[in-house]
Design a binder for this molecule. Structure first.
Ligand SMILES: Cc1cc2nc3c(=O)[nH]c(=O)nc-3n(C[C@H](O)[C@H](O)[C@H](O)COP(=O)(O)OP(=O)(O)OC[C@H]3O[C@@H](n4cnc5c(N)ncnc54)[C@H](O)[C@@H]3O)c2cc1C
Ligand code: SF4
Length: 326
């Protein structure tokens, strides 16, 4: 591990100032991903700026009935306002990692965790995301767990966060602060598709930190659900997952928000599936059309064609279970 300086930030201003002065610095939240990457020589920060002394671990109500969740809030939170009013998020959190890791992992860190592509995590392989311009070992290697949507010739890795998929279905905003002040980024714009620059993963600037995630207070968010398909019941990332929030009034679907995990380099908003549900009765036929539309534009590789039907299946199941629960 490369030597680094450790600083415990005493204020958000101090953390942001340090980041602005030291472009090779990284902040520490739960450290469950960062320390692994540092130990394996994949990330080599000059400074570690520890945020844990800052009061960024609160959950507070917003005037519109929504919630503001501090970036340092742990992934084991059992805040009943999340459980009752945003069940998709509570379910997504519970499905991630293990209880021990969730005890340390934070909201901010979960959104910013790096891809689990094995080639990214082993420096002996070429990886454009880790070493820009070096190539992508997954293109000629095993891409069975890789993306079918939103890929480029530079990178086909999937984004690993469950929480971020649920936040897509809730139309959340990420509140960030940097040397130039505070700004808000809609969750759909926060993570970037790889294009030719897969190393630029998020819209966060080098001097910015995440302060909080805000969930708008929409009644329909309470009618939401998360379904994750993985190889074992715990401690496994999604092969495909679906977060859905649907509002039904007068027998027809008035609004629908659907997002997919495990199938794209960012949490994937399935807008064609949403359009397929709007204005229709929330029945088996509509759900089937929406599930098939969820993967429109998919371009699987030869060893991950199974993900097309798997993604459709998790959408179908999430919508069916949501409909059945009404
Ligand atoms: C075995 C294992 C299984 C896992 N399974 C899952 C799973 O199924 N689903 C899932 O979603 N996750 C899973 N995880 C990931 C785990 O949830 C992440 O490690 C965790 O969310 C990262 O959070 P952290 O707070 O520890 O981040 P850290 O490791 O502290 O930070 C990660 C990155 O985010 C940056 N960062 C952190 N906070 C901020 C902030 N406030 N502002 C700016 N930058 C910040 C850091 O600088 C670093 O670059 C798994 C992890 C392990 C080890
Ligand atoms: S898929 Fe992306 S992360 Fe994996 S090796 Fe290729 S460039 Fe790197």
């Amino acid at each position: 591990m490369q030597p680094f300086q450790y600083v415990r930030a005493r204020s958000v201003g101090e953390a942001v100032g340090l980041l602005a002065r030291h472009p090779e610095a990284e902040v520490v939240a739960g450290a469950t991903d960062l320390t692994t990457l540092m130990r394996d020589g994949i990330r080599r920060p000059s400074h570690l700026i520890d945020l844990n002394g800052l009061a960024l671990d609160k959950i507070s109500a917003l005037p519109d009935g929504g919630l503001r969740i501090g970036a340092l809030c742990r992934n084991t939170t059992d805040d009943q306002r999340i459980v009752r009013r945003f069940p998709v998020l509570a379910e997504a959190l519970r499905s991630g990692a293990s209880q021990q890791i969730r005890n340390r992992a934070t909201f901010g860190g979960n959104l910013l965790q790096r891809v689990r592509c094995p080639y990214y995590r082993q420096p002996e392989f070429a990886c454009n995301r880790r070493d820009p311009g070096s190539g992508c070992a997954a293109l000629d290697g095993d891409s069975s767990r890789h993306a079918i949507l939103g890929t480029s010739g530079s990178c086909v890795a999937v984004h690993p966060s469950d929480c971020a998929v649920a936040l897509q279905a809730l139309d959340a905003e990420v509140v960030v602060r940097g040397a130039r002040g505070e700004r808000r980024i809609p969750i759909d714009a926060f993570h970037r598709l790889p294009g030719r620059t897969p190393e630029r993963e998020v819209m966060l600037r080098d001097d910015e930190i995440i302060l909080a995630v805000e969930l708008p207070g929409r009644a329909s968010s309470a009618h939401s659900h998360y379904v994750k398909f993985r190889e074992r019941a715990s401690y496994a990332f999604a092969l495909a997952s679906a977060a859905v929030a649907v509002e039904v009034r007068g027998g027809t679907v008035r609004s629908a928000r659907i997002a997919l995990g495990g199938v794209a380099p960012k949490p994937w908003r399935a807008r064609a599936a949403e359009r397929a549900l709007l204005g229709r009765p929330f029945d088996e036929d509509a759900i089937d059309v929406a599930a098939r539309a969820a993967t429109s534009g998919a371009a699987p590789r030869p060893d991950n064609t199974y993900k097309v039907s798997l993604a459709q299946a998790v959408v179908r199941r999430a919508l069916t279970e949501l409909g059945g629960a009404r």
